[in-house]
Design a protein around this ligand. Structure first.
Ligand code: AKG
Length: 378
């Protein structure tokens, strides 16, 4: 990786420290351009329109071997991946008590005083540890959030012990157990998604590296913010990997999803269902499905009254495999939108250097090729 990835370009300021300093106005590095501010346009949920929400899908049929239920569920997953790129899942097979334990362990970490966390300060080379920015541009915009990033799988890529917080003592054990169960859920979802596109159910998993697929955990902490209308906890982005499984805060909303076909600024605030996960399609599924399934932009808003915690598990392809649309999904009528295969290792350097930039990376892959506009193919 390039030299600029060795060190941050300037001293890292913890958002928690800014929040706790008692400032009435946030520093200008956190102020977003007017069009990106949460207040730019009302969101459908501000209007209490409950009809506009990401789908909630019951995965019970998967575990119960209920064939009829599976067909219904598979259709619901396919529709959600086409229309929203996002859905919530219930009866997903991950124990609710483990979900709560993982969230509470990380809440405990973020509530420690800043000096106790500094020993885990991360670097852009691997991002592992305690971080407060993504992207290495000096003087670049910042988001209103701190995070902790770790590799959970495969075993060979797991973050070494020095990166794991020892306080709370339970952090490592609970995160590893949580990781195993959520990775199992990702594997089940991959089968459903693959089959729902008419492919063999193992097709996606194999193309993404089989048992060598990777998984990373990003625990997000968004402190209270005195001017939430001017900033974002996380700027709009799509996720570079295969799938993301998000455990949202049980009390505080914050995730917003860009509505497909919506005009700029048309964001839907997700209302998490108790004990559910929020699942979203990553860029690699959009590529592999030749854009039948969508990786959709999302962002996080913050608020003045309450801090917020979330845990994102990113399920990723093996880093060195060239990823291109499945040949079964490329036809004369629907040529490949991504004819130049790219490995995930190459792909994520862009994000790590540039930070969250909407869908610029994925669109750039298309723009480089002479292909029909996506709306001509839908
Ligand atoms: O905190 C959230 O709700 C979303 C987090 C997210 O999008 C991410 O970590 O990439």
């Amino acid at each position: 990786m390039a030299d600029c990835m060795q060190e941050w370009p300037e001293p890292v300021v913890r958002v928690q420290a800014v929040a706790e300093s008692g400032l009435a106005a946030i520093p200008c590095r956190y102020v977003k351009p007017p069009r990106d501010r949460p207040s730019a346009t009302p969101t459908p949920s501000d209007n209490d329109d409950d009809d506009i929400a990401i789908p909630v899908i019951d995965l019970g049929a998967l575990l119960a071997a209920d064939e009829e239920g599976r067909v219904t569920m598979s259709k619901a997953v396919a529709a959600a991946c086409r229309e929203w790129g996002f859905f919530q899942v219930v009866n997903h097979g991950v124990r609710p008590e483990l979900m709560r334990a993982a969230r509470e362990a990380w809440r405990g970490f973020f509530r420690l005083p800043i000096p106790a966390k500094q020993q885990y300060a991360n670097l852009p080379r691997t991002y592992e540890g305690y971080g407060s920015r993504v992207g290495v541009q000096k003087g670049g915009p910042l988001d209103w959030g701190d995070y902790y990033f770790l590799h959970l799988a495969p075993d060979a890529a797991k973050s070494p012990d020095k990166y794991w917080p020892t306080n709370p003592g339970i952090c490592k054990e609970v995160s590893e157990e949580y990781g195993r169960e959520v990775i199992g859920l990702c594997e089940r979802l991959m089968k459903v998604m693959s089959a729902s596109l008419g492919l063999d159910e193992t097709r996606f998993q194999e193309a993404f590296g089989g048992s060598d697929c990777g998984a990373c955990l990003r625990a997000n902490y968004y402190p209270r913010c005195p001017q939430p209308d001017l900033t974002l906890g996380l700027s709009a982005h799509s996720d570079p990997g295969v799938l993301t499984v998000l455990l949202a805060d049980e009390h505080v909303r914050g995730l917003q999803v860009r509505r497909r076909g919506g005009v700029d600024g048309d964001w839907v605030t997700v209302q998490p269902v108790p004990d559910a996960f929020i699942v979203n399609v990553g860029d690699q599924i959009q590529i592999m499905s030749n854009s039948v399934y969508k990786s959709v932009e999302h962002r996080v808003i913050v608020n003045a009254m309450e801090e917020r915690i979330s845990l994102a598990l990113f399920y990723n392809p093996r880093g060195d495999l060239p990823i291109a649309p499945a040949s079964e999904l490329v036809t004369r009528g629907r040529p490949s939108l991504y004819p130049r295969p790219m490995t995930f290792d190459e792909y994520r350097v862009y994000i790590r250097k540039n930070g969250p930039k909407g869908k610029a990376q994925l669109e750039g892959l298309k723009a480089a090729q002479a292909v029909p506009a996506e709306n001509e193919l839908n």
